[in-house]
Ligand binder design. Structure first.
Ligand code: TXA
Ligand code: MG
Length: 370
């Protein structure tokens, strides 16, 4: 099906939650949220919406047809399960589970919900979630987003929402409504435009149902924070293997696919000081004519700018770099239309783990310094 994609403006600052219920002071925001909720509850079409991590592509988690629309619009392989989003613990219990949330998650939920943490919960026989959301696993992934627009949309439609990032499969995740438009125009009827996503990388996915618990995807909540506040078992949390080998069972199926890739070739430089020497060597080794090649340089702490390149500062802190990462990858790719993107790697501590996870998947080549 082909759509005329409408971008509907919403103002996150006009939404307040009182006892878990959204109160919306701006009229346009209210109308547009109602339009989006109506689309979700009366059709099977997927729609774009902002979360605090990245823009998501929403459909009812309870409907096979809605979930099919998500996979179709993104062109995503159907064996990669989706995260279900809820607006409150009350909604999670009313709509999805008939058991108490496992004790192991108590501290994490108290600290990080609403927010960028996704947990795995068991699927029971009477669970109404579409098996297309879970890709037939015996668990489902769930989070309560903190973005007021996301939470209000889920509360108003009173529907648990399945939502992957709203990019076309393999592309960098979208952190602005225009990124979603670039990838999915004509494929979805509505994008709610709530401005730029604060966090900039997706949620952290953890599995506390296994012992030791597993970090399935690093993201907006750091491993260090999880160890610090999780208590008990979380001290021993294990990082899932970055790339699942061909013969191993795939715990997070997302790991075996190419991800986050701009059209331009991304080269990631790790431990390369100010970058001068390694970038110079790279250009020589590949016989790159820098007068005829458009090159972007995404720097953080140490790389020096180069007048021949399009230089972008990702920021210095982990929060800044996370916030800018996908935005600048897309900007130099889609607007500047560069041929090559050189990126400065960061330490894999705190926010750095999620940043390097995304960068190593986006990169076609990695250069290690000393
Ligand atoms: O921040 C986010 O999480 C964004 C926004 C839109 O909320 N959503 C997002 O969803 O990134 P998605 O579908 O692109 O990522 C889901 C991740 C994948 O790595 C997937 O393999 C994993 O969660 N996942 C989902 N269900 C799972 C399950 N039952 N077991 C293991 N991994 C699961
Ligand atoms: Mg994604």
């Amino acid at each position: 099906m082909s759509f005329t994609t409408r971008i509907l403006k919403v103002d996150p600052t006009s939404i307040k939650f009182v006892n878990g219920t959204p109160e919306i002071s701006d009229k346009e925001t209210l109308t547009n949220l109602q339009t989006a909720a109506h689309e979700l509850t009366t059709t099977h079409n997927a729609i774009g919406f902002p979360t605090e991590t990245v823009y998501g592509l929403a459909g009812s988690a309870l409907s096979d047809e809605s979930v099919k629309s998500i996979y179709k619009a993104k062109n995503r392989p159907a064996d990669n399960p989706l995260i279900t989003h809820i607006s409150s613990i009350d909604q999670l219990k009313r709509k999805l589970i008939n058991y108490e949330i496992p004790e192991v998650y108590r501290n994490l939920i108290n600290h990080f919900w609403p927010g960028p943490l996704t947990i795995l919960l068991p699927i029971t026989e009477d669970c109404p979630i579409s098996s297309l959301v879970t890709a037939n696993q015996d668990t489902f992934a769930v989070r309560m987003p903190s973005h007021p627009v996301a939470r209000a949309l889920i509360a108003i439609s009173d529907t648990p929402i399945a939502a992957p990032s709203a990019n076309a499969s393999t592309r960098p995740s979208p952190t602005l409504a225009e990124h979603v438009y670039n990838d999915l125009k004509g494929k979805i009827p509505i994008i709610l435009d709530g401005g730029s996503c604060e966090v900039g990388v997706e949620s952290t996915v953890v599995d506390g149902l296994v012992d030791p618990p597993m970090l399935l995807r690093p993201g907006g909540v750091s491993l260090e924070e999880i160890k610090q506040v999780g208590g008990g078992k979380w001290q021993n949390i294990v990082i899932a293997k970055k790339t699942a080998g061909k013969l191993e069972p795939v715990k997070t199926p997302g790991m075996k696919y190419r991800h986050y890739s701009p059209t331009a070739k991304v080269v990631l430089f790790i431990d390369c000081g100010d970058g001068q020497e390694e970038i110079g060597n790279y250009i020589k080794k590949h016989n790159i004519d820098i007068d005829a090649t458009k090159i972007a340089l995404l720097q953080s702490k140490s790389f020096k700018s180069n007048p021949k390149f399009i230089n972008k500062e990702l920021g210095v802190t982990g929060n800044e770099i996370s916030h800018n990462l996908f935005k600048y990858l897309r900007e130099v790719d889609e607007e500047d239309k560069v041929d090559l993107i050189f990126v400065e790697g960061v330490d894999e501590t705190n926010e750095g783990l999620a940043i390097m996870n995304r960068l190593s998947k986006a990169a076609m080549e990695v250069v290690h310094g000393k």
